[in-house]
Design a protein around this ligand. Structure first.
Ligand SMILES: Nc1nc2c(ncn2[C@@H]2O[C@H](COP(=O)(O)OP(=O)(O)OP(=O)(O)O)[C@@H](O)[C@H]2O)c(=O)[nH]1
Ligand SMILES: [Mg+2]
Length: 191
C-alpha cells in the first residue's frame, strides 16, 4: 500500500481541522499534538482500485505565514491550501503559503485550494473571479463546507488523484457564485 503525506495549510480559523474531521468522518487525533504545531491523522482511500494511505498533516495557522512552517512540509506529496470565503485576507495567505512551499521544494507541488465555509455564501468576500484567478495560476479550486459536507468527498478524491498524477487541470473554467451552485455536481465533469 502506498503511504503519502499531505499537508493542510491556511490561515488560522479557515477550517483546516474541521475539514480533516469531515474527511475522516470521525474525530481526529487529540489536539494536544497541535501544541507542537502539527497533528497527523491517517486516512485510507482507494484510487482506481489501488489502496493509498494518506497521512494528513494539520498544520496550525497564524495571522501571517511563519517561515518555520516549511519544517512540517518536508516530504509532502501534495498540499491542500485552505481559504475562508468570508475573509479576503485568507486567500492571499493561502497564495503566500503556496508560493513559499513551491520555493522550498524548488518546483510546483501537486495541490488544490479549498474555499471553505460555502454554507455562509451571503457573507463571502472572495468573488468568483478571484477563484478563477487562482485556477488560472495553475491550481484546482473547490468550494467546501464542513457544515453541510459539500465538496468534502470531492476534495479528498481530487487531492488524491492530483497527487497520483491522474488528473490534470483544465484551463479557463469560470465558477458560478457559491449561492447558485451545487459544488459536487458542478465539478464532476472536470475529471
Ligand atoms: N460556517 C462554517 N464554519 C466553519 C466551517 N469550517 C470551520 N468552521 C468554523 O470555523 C472555526 C475555525 O475552524 P477550525 O477547523 O478550528 O480552523 P483551523 O483552520 O483549524 O484553525 P487553526 O487551527 O487556528 O489554524 C470553527 O469555529 C469552525 O466551527 C464551515 O465550512 N462553515
Ligand atoms: Mg486547527
Amino acid at each position: 500500500m502506498y503511504r503519502k503525506k499531505i499537508c493542510i495549510l491556511g490561515a488560522a480559523g479557515t477550517g483546516k481541522s474541521c475539514l480533516i474531521r469531515r474527511f475522516l468522518k470521525r474525530d481526529s487525533a487529540e489536539d494536544r499534538a497541535l501544541a507542537m504545531g502539527a497533528k497527523i491523522d491517517k486516512l485510507d482511500v482507494e484510487v482506481d482500485r489501488r489502496k493509498v494511505q494518506l497521512m494528513l498533516w494539520d498544520i496550525r495557522g497564524g495571522d501571517h505565514v511563519l517561515p518555520g512552517f516549511v519544517n512540517y512540509i518536508k516530504g509532502a506529496s501534495a498540499i491542500i491550501y485552505v481559504a475562508d470565503g468570508t475573509r479576503l485576507e485568507t486567500l492571499s495567505m493561502a497564495m503566500e503559503y503556496r508560493r513559499q512551499a513551491e520555493a522550498y521544494f524548488g518546483m510546483p507541488v501537486p495541490g488544490i485550494m479549498l474555499f471553505n465555509k460555502a454554507d455562509l455564501a451571503r457573507q463571502w468576500k472572495i468573488t468568483p473571479s478571484m477563484i478563477s484567478d487562482a485556477e488560472t495560476n495553475g491550481i484546482f479550486a473547490l468550494l467546501t463546507s464542513c457544515c453541510d459536507d459539500s465538496g468534502i468527498n470531492t476534495a479528498i478524491n481530487l487531492i488524491t488523484r492530483v497527487m497520483m498524477g491522474k488528473t490534470t487541470l483544465l484551463p479557463g473554467r469560470t465558477m458560478p457564485p457559491p449561492s447558485t451552485r451545487n459544488v459536487d455536481t458542478n465539478l464532476k465533469p472536470r475529471y
